[in-house]
Ligand binder design. Structure first.
Ligand code: GCU
Length: 675
């Protein structure tokens, strides 16, 4: 039905009646009394209704077959102390206990939120028809703060958003609470997301005025029972714009007092406010540089204001200047490395996964592993700014996983990015991860039905950054569509191959930032803007009659020197750099031979063609699925896949014809000549 897309991974579609689960829903004991406990009961009811058309029936503990209860003396009889101690205040334990002919399922935790997470997990098992593991489930998040970043403006436009307008209706808030806010909270809690920054990093200081704080507080009230903390972006010049001061200098006592008072005011409205996210000194945003102060001095100003209330500052590392002659890929590291250790303990530096800007594929940002004394958090982009916006299907889980599992070698072999952001490698307690949301007012939230999977996979990887994309894809399909095995296995494969497919038809072999000027939709490897060197595509691909690619070795910008020597040595050599990063780090001759035995030009052309072929095949694979899911979603996806295949061809033709002017070589066999 038209509603199915709206329901995300909380479909609760009907499941076979013969299952044991039906009887479980007839005797549940949920102990406790709080808005979170109420949320648990409501969710159980919704699920029972969807699965079996019944209600969830509450019983006393001794009569119930599902016991959802915080850890206490009674639970201690069935759940081991070791398990309970290992889950902290956000985790949960689910155990099936058999005594005689009776089976009881225990869901326990150290907090109501842990119980909510455990309940969602159990409901997901029921929906998928999976058996709980013999020895139960003992889970807790590896990263403390798992946050969505909304690039939502107060006028409800969404920067780089492709699925309608902002779901925050500022005009109606605080008096009207839309159901969508609640469903947003449910969907996030179901995958363990526990924070949201509701405003754009290109911030408007108005959101820090009383009028807006009341609206934000109303949202925070909806999110709170679901364990979701609210954060805001803070514009550095706010003391001037809304505070009537004539400076925002971080060392000015009046400025410091202004922020301290502002923090107090915020906490009066939102007692559990999470803190600020700040973009400063980048792309026109004000910041400490305006006063010749460092990023640390800027961050510490806000950190000191929030500290008495328990708030944190997420200070973005996306700092660069278009006026600098230096390779943009190097600027953040150069700026932040000397400041390592100079930040307050409630500051965490938020680093994009790569050093340029959310390209279809980037090597990990050298700040990971480069800074050791400052906690770093990951910023992934869920919205597809550089990957075809709403219409191109790309399962980003594989991309996230690739970055998380890359070995930085910072402390020897095994120093993966995942270990850094979970605080293990350098022993940090403050840990966080952010995903730039792809959510909007579209009926299905994300425009492309498949892009729900990117929001979902982000949540799963935020909870466990070592989770594998295969499992995430399968779970998402079963929760969102159907248990049908053919559908799940075929579409799972299509999803798992999709990121590489998009890389192939857009930016194979390490090419980057050759998207059309400004909006970034579609190809644009040609010169588009003469005002800013670093913003022209030609700057990034450097195509010439000799070859193509950006030299970041010692003979070029030497950005490679920012990586651990183990990597920089290996990656400095054209023959040992992973081919997927070849043109990211090297300027390579058109007739240089690659591992396939083909010359660069031929390989490049074949990769583009491969991407196109796969996009076309997806149309067919999808057609075979007709009847397995509802018509509405089936048709919507079919039509997007067609657009994607057409545009893959557009990408291939545009890029190859453009680059051919430099290579002067014919298309190899197997590559279609554009008509
Ligand atoms: C990209 C994007 C901008 C955004 C910026 C950021 O450059 O195009 O719209 O503001 O990233 O992350 O701050």
């Amino acid at each position: 039905s038209a509603n199915d897309g709206y329901k995300l991974w909380l479909q609760y579609y009907s499941i076979p009646d013969d299952s044991e689960s039906r009887s479980h829903f007839g005797s549940i004991h949920v102990s406790g009394n709080s808005p979170t406990i109420e949320a648990i009961k409501q969710e159980l009811d919704l699920a029972a209704n969807g699965f079996f058309g019944t209600q969830a029936i509450m019983k006393e503990a001794d009569e119930a077959s599902i016991i959802i209860k915080k850890h206490d003396k009674e639970i201690a009889n069935v759940i081991s102390k070791k398990d309970i101690n290992s889950i902290g205040d956000q985790g949960f334990v689910i155990k099936t206990i058999k005594s005689g002919s009776q089976t009881k399922i225990y869901i326990t935790a150290n907090s109501d939120l842990g119980l909510l997470y455990g309940t969602f997990k159990w409901l997901q098992y029921v929906q998928k028809g999976d058996m709980l593991p013999e020895d139960g489930l003992v889970q807790s998040p590896k990263i403390e703060r798992r946050i969505l970043n909304h690039w939502d403006n107060l006028d409800r436009t969404v920067e780089r958003g492709y699925s309608g307008f902002s779901i925050w209706n500022w005009h109606r808030l605080p008096r009207h609470i839309d159901q969508q806010y609640l469903d947003y909270a449910r969907a996030n809690a179901a995958i363990g997301i526990n924070g949201t920054v509701v405003t754009n990093v290109n911030a408007n200081s108005l959101v820090l005025t009383e009028e807006y704080l009341e609206k934000v507080a109303a949202l925070a009230d909806v999110f709170r029972p679901y364990g979701i903390k609210t954060y805001l972006t803070a514009r550095f010049s706010s003391p001037i714009e809304i505070g009537k001061l004539n400076t925002a200098d971080p060392l000015d006592p009046d400025v410091q007092k202004w922020w301290a008072d502002k923090a107090e005011e915020i906490y009066r409205h939102i007692p559990d406010f999470g803190g600020f996210l700040v973009k400063a000194d980048s792309e026109g945003q004000p910041g400490p540089h305006n006063y010749k102060r460092s990023q640390a001095e800027g961050a510490n100003l806000l950190a000191d204001a929030l500290k008495p209330h328990g708030g944190i500052v997420m200070w973005r590392a996306f700092v660069y200047s278009e006026e600098s002659p230096d390779d943009r890929a190097k600027q953040a590291y150069n700026e932040f490395k000397p400041l390592d250790g100079k930040f307050r303990d409630n500051v965490i530096v938020q680093v994009k996964n790569g050093a340029i800007d959310f390209q279809p594929r980037e090597p990990f940002h050298p700040m990971f592993g480069g800074l050791t004394q400052t906690p770093l958090m990951m910023e992934f982009q869920i919205t597809q700014e550089y990957l075809g916006h709403d219409t191109h299907m790309a399962f980003l889980s594989n991309m996230y996983e690739e970055v998380l599992q890359t070995d930085t070698h910072a402390k020897g072999e095994g120093s993966t990015v995942s270990k850094i952001i979970s605080g293990n490698l350098h022993d940090h307690d403050l840990t966080a991860i952010a995903g730039v949301a792809n959510i909007g007012t579209d009926r299905n939230w994300t425009g492309n039905h498949f892009h729900q999977a990117n929001w979902y996979s982000y949540g799963r990887l935020a909870w466990d950054p070592d989770e594998s994309s295969d499992i995430i894809a399968k779970d998402w399909l079963e929760l969102t569509f159907t248990r049908d095995e053919t559908f799940v296995s075929k579409i799972q494969k299509m999803m798992l191959d999709s990121h590489q497919m998009v890389v192939n038809y857009m930016t194979p072999l390490g090419l980057h930032h050759i998207m059309a000027w400004n909006h970034h939709y579609g190809p644009g490897p040609w010169i588009t803007d003469k005002h800013r060197d670093d913003w022209t595509s030609t700057y990034y691909h450097q195509a010439s009659s000799y070859g193509i690619g950006f030299d970041r070795t010692a003979s070029g910008s030497n950005a490679l020197s920012q990586y651990h020597p183990h990597l920089s040595e290996k990656w400095s050599d054209k023959s040992s750099v992973p081919e997927k990063y070849l043109l990211w780090f090297h300027h390579v001759a058109w007739d240089h031979t690659l591992s396939s035995g083909r010359i660069l030009w031929d390989e490049l052309a074949l990769r583009y063609q491969k991407g196109v072929n796969e996009a076309r095949n997806n149309i067919e694979t999808w057609q075979e699925m007709e009847g397995k899911i509802d018509q509405e979603r089936f048709k919507h996806i079919a039509s997007f896949l067609k657009i994607q295949a057409e545009e893959a061809e557009w990408w291939k033709n545009a890029c190859l014809l453009y680059f051919q002017q430099f290579s002067q070589k014919p298309f190899p066999d197997g590559v279609e000549e554009p008509e």
